[in-house]
Ligand binder design. Structure first.
Ligand SMILES: *Cc1c(COP(=O)(O)O)cnc(C)c1O
Length: 344
């Protein structure tokens, strides 16, 4: 597959904005920076941030075992996804394939960019229907979004099915691994060399406990990363975000221990949900949330709201009638949830 053929002609012709800090990179101590019209008085944020986030990428590269050339960072996964749309999808011409029930942002971004949507619902065990997906795709299907572990169902997709999709789909396959750190499945990052059309996205918002700093991560071939770098806003990751991510990622075992705690709480929560009378099904979860089927999702949602507990009602999603999505919280929060569920 020739990736260049998938890139929009407008994008291929683009020249990236060259920032002051792009043009001069030989930074050493005690230099005088009079190139970017900054206010010279130090306060920790008076300088523009590193447009290439070198320090942060080096740390991520070590954690994830992948070269910095294969990493692009975004202002949340949302920006990463938007860049992917803009690189590959021609408005009013191209389309994407999504597998509902799935993360809502793919559809929002498609609509925002005037891109068509081909939706192929997951089967009744929330697994992708490989044949139907490949048949739904046409010559203008540029992106296929695979969310695994899937939001909102929580399960991981069958690895063989995913492998077939990645190798047979004639466009870019984006595997959204927002919840991969809660799963025992291997990340697809290690397959980037095998599949030139593969993009893997992750985020610091979930397992890494940094939803507030907005840091999304995109892993792909150096060829794809170069294209996305051309179109990203020059200083898309602000200084505070870069600093905080570096600080927290450098705390040894912080995320690892929290993930362990959340997984323990998830098991406990599942066992306690089993004794809630109006819950008829608890779906298997590889994520930090659990989808449950209840008698009347909207009624139960409203009852919980009245008690000050906010969960997600997923009843309108395909295959999710009368389901609620429960995020695993602290032991105290989970106890409040379970006690309330048992009392209403
Ligand atoms: C939460 C989530 C994200 C993360 O989005 P950010 O913009 O990085 O916070 C991405 N994909 C899925 C499926 C999610 O559930």
């Amino acid at each position: 597959m020739n990736i260049q053929d998938l890139i929009r002609p407008t994008i291929k012709a683009l020249k990236a904005y060259s920032s002051a800090r792009d043009e001069f990179q030989g930074v050493t101590d005690n230099m005088v920076f009079l190139d970017a019209n900054e206010n010279p008085f130090e306060n920790g944020v008076n300088r523009y941030p590193d447009p290439h986030q070198r320090h942060l990428k080096t740390i991520l590269s070590e954690i994830k075992g992948i070269s910095t050339k294969n990493i692009l960072l975004g202002n949340g996964s949302d920006e990463v996804l938007d860049l992917i749309f803009r690189a590959f999808c021609e408005p009013n011409q191209d389309n994407i394939v999504i597998l509902p029930p799935t993360y809502g942002m793919y559809e929002v971004l498609a609509n925002l960019n005037a891109i068509g949507i081909k939706a192929v619902n997951l089967d009744d065990t929330f697994q992708p229907k490989v044949e139907a997906i490949l048949n739904a795709a046409d010559a203008n299907s540029k992106l296929l979004f695979i969310c695994s572990p899937n939001n909102p169902s929580g399960n991981s997709f069958d690895a063989k099915a995913m492998e077939t999709l990645v190798s047979e789909f004639k466009g870019i396959v984006v595997i959204d691994e927002a919840y991969i750190d809660f799963s025992n499945e291997a990340s697809w990052i290690s397959k980037l060399d095998t599949y030139p059309n593969l993009i893997v996205t992750q985020t610091l918002s979930k397992a890494y406990a940094m939803a507030g700093i907005r840091l999304g991560i995109c892993y792909a071939s150096a060829e794809i990363i170069t294209v996305l770098n051309t179109i990203k806003p020059p200083y898309n990751i602000n200084e505070l975000t870069q600093k905080k991510a570096i600080e927290l990622l450098n705390i040894k075992n912080l995320a690892k221990n929290q993930i362990q705690d959340i997984l323990k709480e998830r098991s406990l929560m599942i066992s306690q949900l089993e004794s809630v009378s109006f819950i008829s099904k608890i779906y298997p979860s590889d994520a930090n949330f659990v989808l449950v089927k209840v008698d009347d999702a909207t009624k139960r949602y409203n009852q919980l709201i009245e008690k000050g507990i906010v969960i997600r009602n997923r009843t309108t999603q395909p295959g999710c009638e009368n389901t609620l999505r429960l995020t695993v919280g602290t032991p105290q929060e989970n106890k409040i949830l379970i006690d309330t569920l048992k009392s209403i």
